[in-house]
Design a protein around this ligand. Structure first.
Ligand SMILES: [Fe+2]
Length: 190
């Protein structure tokens, strides 16, 4: 296997939360491949807004949003395991890997315009990142239960039966996205 770009490990200290070294390595490798294919550099992810759907003034960076999703998903999984115990076990490795990878396909969705600004490219319009994310992840040997989280994290996942871990990531993602969208709508309509 290729040596992982150290920038991936710097972007994602949360990889250390994955206890299985093989899954941790495959998760890191998926981000490595996405960065290789992307017009974006690792540093851009700390600067560009996490979505193009909340107007030009959004202050939350791509990386801060992804990190929030991973942290909220982990805390939720730990609490659910603590309270529901054996009734509804959450696989923490699957959950954390899936949360780290949910938006990895977004790296292929961006293009840079002539001013160096990020815009949505055709990849974002057509396959969208749940599909491109699964494709990247499978090429790195990511197991099916984690690919399921990537596939089901966004609106496309409303059409399929989500696993417990996929529900957690889906809600962690949307609870940290929809309020910004509402805020923007309110500002624009007032
Ligand atoms: Fe997403």
């Amino acid at each position: 296997m290729e040596k992982i770009n150290p920038e991936v490990l710097e972007l994602w200290p949360e990889l250390d939360w994955i206890s299985d070294p093989e899954l941790r390595n495959k998760t890191a490798m998926t981000w490595h491949k996405a960065l290789e294919k992307s017009v974006l550099e690792a540093g851009d992810l700390k600067r560009i807004p996490f979505t193009l759907l909340c107007g030009p003034d959004l202050k939350v960076s791509f990386m801060n949003h992804k990190r929030a999703v991973v942290h909220i998903a982990r805390e939720s999984g730990l609490k659910m395991n603590e309270i529901f115990g054996e009734v509804l076990p959450v696989n923490m490795d699957v959950l954390i890997s899936g949360a780290i990878l949910a938006d990895v396909g977004k790296l292929l969705e961006y293009e840079l315009d002539e001013n160096g600004q990020t815009i949505q490219g055709t990849y974002g319009k057509y396959p969208r990142h749940p599909f491109s994310g699964v494709s990247l992840a499978e090429s790195c040997g990511i197991p099916a239960e984690v690919c399921h989280i990537i596939a089901a994290h966004a609106g496309e996942g409303d059409m399929i039966k989500r696993s417990t871990e996929a529900y957690i990531v889906h809600h962690a993602d949307f609870m940290t996205f929809l309020p910004f969208k509402s805020l923007n709508t309110t500002v624009n309509s007032s």
